[in-house]
Design a protein around this ligand. Structure first.
Ligand code: X90
Length: 279
C-alpha cells in the first residue's frame, strides 16, 4: 500500500463483513421490532431474523448508525474513506458527517472523505471494489476518492421485489407504488434514481418474466458486459438464474451472487433481488 493508516469505513447496508485490500470497519444499522432489536453485524443470524420477522405481526422499523457508531468505526485511522447508504432514504450519511466534524475537531491533521453512494448493497460493493483496486495500484488518498466519485457515475442499481411492505410501512416508498408488489405472483421492478430514491419501472407476473425484464432494463440502462453483483434475500435460485441469463447474453459479464445481510434482507424481503452493475 502506498500510504499508511488508510481505512475504508461503510455502513452495514453494503452487505459486507470483510474487505481484503485495506483496514475496514462497518457501522451497523439496526432492525427493530417491539420484541427485540437486531444489530446488523457479523454476529447476526440473517436466516433466523428473516424467519422471526415472517412470523411477526407487530410493527418493525430500522435505525441508522449514530455519530458515535461512526466514530467507533473510524477508530484511529489518519485517512478515512467513508461510503454510506443513500442519504435520501437514511440518516446514516448525515450521522457520518456529524461524526466527521467531531473527529476533525480532535484531529485537525487527518482526512475523512464521505461518499454518498445514492444506493445500497451491491452497487456499494462495486464502488468498494473500485476503491480497493485503486489502493492496490498505489493511488494517493485524494486520487482514490476522486476515482470512486467518477466510477459511481457508471454504476446502477435495479431491484426485483415480491413485497414492498417494509419499505411502505417505513415511509421509503408511497403505499400506492408498493401495492402491486403485494399481489400474489407479481414482482415489482425498479431502480435507484439519480437522487438515490426508489423509482418504480415495471410490474411482472412470474419469476422467469421478471428476470428477463431485469436483464432488459440493465441493457436499456447501458450495461455492456461488465461487473455485476446480485444480492438476494432467501432466493439463490433466482439470483443464479439471472446470472446464467446475463452470462449467456454477455460473454464478458463478471457476475457474482451473494446473500444479503440484515438491513437489505429486511427491506428486500424474502424473494427479493438487488442488482448492482456497471454501465
Ligand atoms: O436509516 C435507516 O433506518 C435505513 C433505511 C433504509 C431504507 C432503504 C433500504 C433499501 C434496501 C431495498 C430495495 C432497493 C431500493 C434502492 C433505492 C436506492 C433495499
Amino acid at each position: 500500500m502506498a500510504f499508511t493508516n488508510f481505512k475504508i469505513v461503510t455502513d452495514s447496508s453494503c452487505d459486507l463483513l470483510t474487505l481484503p485490500a485495506a483496514p475496514f470497519a462497518v457501522a451497523p444499522l439496526k432492525i427493530i421490532t417491539q420484541e427485540r432489536e437486531y444489530r446488523d453485524d457479523a454476529q447476526l443470524d440473517v436466516g433466523q431474523m428473516t424467519a422471526e420477522l415472517a412470523a411477526y405481526r407487530g410493527r418493525s422499523s430500522t435505525a441508522c448508525p449514530s455519530p458515535g457508531d461512526w466514530l467507533q468505526a473510524f477508530g484511529d485511522a489518519r485517512n478515512i474513506l467513508c461510503l454510506t447508504i443513500t442519504s435520501n432514504l437514511s440518516g446514516s450519511h448525515n450521522a457520518a458527517c456529524v461524526a466527521r466534524s467531531q473527529y476533525l475537531q480532535e484531529h485537525p491533521d487527518r482526512q475523512i472523505y464521505i461518499l454518498d453512494s445514492l444506493s445500497v448493497g451491491p452497487e456499494m460493493q462495486l464502488i468498494l471494489d473500485n476503491i480497493c483496486s485503486n489502493l492496490q495500484l498505489g493511488l494517493s488518498f485524494p486520487e482514490v476518492c476522486q476515482a470512486a466519485e467518477a466510477y459511481r457515475q457508471h454504476t446502477r442499481l435495479l431491484f426485483m421485489l415480491s413485497s414492498m411492505r417494509n419499505l411502505a410501512n417505513n415511509g421509503r416508498v408511497k403505499p400506492l407504488a408498493a401495492r402491486a408488489a403485494g399481489l400474489l405472483g407479481i414482482r415489482a421492478i425498479g431502480r435507484a434514481s439519480e437522487q438515490g430514491t426508489l423509482e418504480m419501472l415495471d410490474k411482472c407476473r412470474g419469476e422467469q418474466k421478471s428476470l428477463q425484464a431485469l436483464a432488459d432494463h440493465m441493457t436499456a440502462l447501458g450495461y455492456q458486459g461488465g461487473a455485476v453483483r446480485i444480492g438476494h434475500c432467501e432466493n439463490p435460485s433466482a439470483a443464479q438464474a439471472l446470472q446464467a441469463l446475463l452470462t449467456a447474453r454477455y460473454p464478458t459479464a463478471a457476475v457474482t451472487v451473494y446473500a444479503c445481510r440484515g438491513l437489505c434482507s429486511f427491506y428486500a424481503e424474502p424473494g427479493g433481488l438487488l442488482v448492482g452493475f456497471e454501465t
